[in-house]
Design a binder for this molecule. Structure first.
Ligand SMILES: Nc1nc2c(ncn2[C@@H]2O[C@H](COP(=O)(O)OP(=O)(O)OP(=O)(O)O)[C@@H](O)[C@H]2O)c(=O)[nH]1
Ligand SMILES: [Mg+2]
Length: 296
């Protein structure tokens, strides 16, 4: 799809794609018209090279995001992927590494990318997955990243957060030991009510039992938040974003009258996530003037 291709700017000169990425599922032809498929919207965040795209591919069940070994940012713009796995539609939003030294050098505005991607999870996201690599030390920049996330998303976002640990054998006791020795991760673990899932050690594949655990944790998380009437994380700014996206949808429908409202909305929402909304600048202007939080 042309729009999806246009969003793929994540390969730098020194980091050429080595593997072909599977073609994306075209959203508007995938679902049966009257069949209501449960949708789960997930955002991936984390440090440069932590394995966000790798984790996103696992959640989707196929390779839609570019994931590779590289010293510079592989994912340079927000990207989305969608697939139906086990009867559930996953809409996964991949983001560039937060607080990477590349942010400044390569001119990647990570905050802008994450904000755009947040609004495009309209009407709100079910989970924010923080990807942590087990092979790297927790450094000052990681703490800075956590502080930034807190500032951007607000404290209540932890109720929707799942920690995914990459590059670690699926061994809970080893993870417990590691957590016990890292006070910052221990704090985070408490804030996330111990929702953490190991995604294994393999750079190619996430073991099925790890993915199953992720599904269970996510299902439980959604159920719990639903009980409090907050199935997904939303904020009044989402209403502003939705209003803008609806204008995009109306324009789109004028050009494609054969497409249903919901299909058109999904298409423009996906395009907006990768910066292709004709009203992108309006989307990015949505911000609370009084507080730094995008969402609180
Ligand atoms: N051995 C091993 N390699 C992993 C694991 N997770 C990710 N990798 C590898 O680590 C490298 C970086 O993974 P990516 O998924 O591209 O990381 P990212 O966080 O999306 O990186 P940026 O987009 O650059 O911020 C790739 O070569 C992955 O195959 C893992 O659990 N084990
Ligand atoms: Mg990536």
């Amino acid at each position: 799809m042309a729009t999806q291709e246009a969003g793929k700017e994540y390969s730098s000169d020194i980091c050429q794609a080595q593997e072909a990425v599977l073609p994306r599922e075209v959203p508007h032809v995938s679902a049966e018209p009257n069949q209501k498929v449960e949708e789960r919207r997930v955002i991936l965040v984390g440090k440069l090279g932590a394995g966000k795209s790798h984790s996103g591919n696992g959640i989707l069940g196929n390779k839609q995001f570019q994931s590779e070994q590289c010293w510079s940012s592989v994912t340079r713009r927000c990207d989305y992927g969608t697939a139906v796995r086990n009867g559930i539609r996953y809409r996964v939003f991949d983001t560039p590494g937060v607080n990477s030294p590349e942010d400044i050098r390569d001119g990647i505005d990570v905050e802008t990318e994450i904000r755009r991607c947040l609004f495009c999870t309209s009407p709100g996201f079910h989970a924010i997955v923080l990807v942590l690599s087990a092979t790297e030390r927790i450094a000052r920049e990681d703490l800075e990243m956590l502080k930034n996330l807190d500032t951007m998303l607000g404290e209540s976002s932890f109720k929707y957060m799942i920690l995914v640990i990459t590059k670690l054998q699926n061994d809970e006791s080893r993870l417990n030991e590691m957590i016990a020795r890292a006070p910052e991760v221990a704090k985070l673990n408490v804030k996330c009510e111990a929702r953490r899932v190991i995604f294994g050690k393999d750079d190619n594949k996430i073991p099925p039992e790890c993915l199953q655990k992720f599904d269970e944790v996510l299902t439980k998380l959604i159920k719990q938040n639903k009980r409090y009437g907050k199935e997904y994380y939303r904020h009044k700014y989402y209403d502003q974003a939705t209003a803008i996206l609806k204008l995009d949808k109306d324009d789109y429908k004028k050009k494609h009258p054969e497409i249903s409202d919901s299909e058109a909305f999904e298409i423009v929402r996906n395009e907006a996530a990768i910066g292709l909304s004709p009203r992108d600048s309006e989307l990015l202007k949505i911000k609370d003037q009084d507080c730094q939080c995008i969402i609180s």
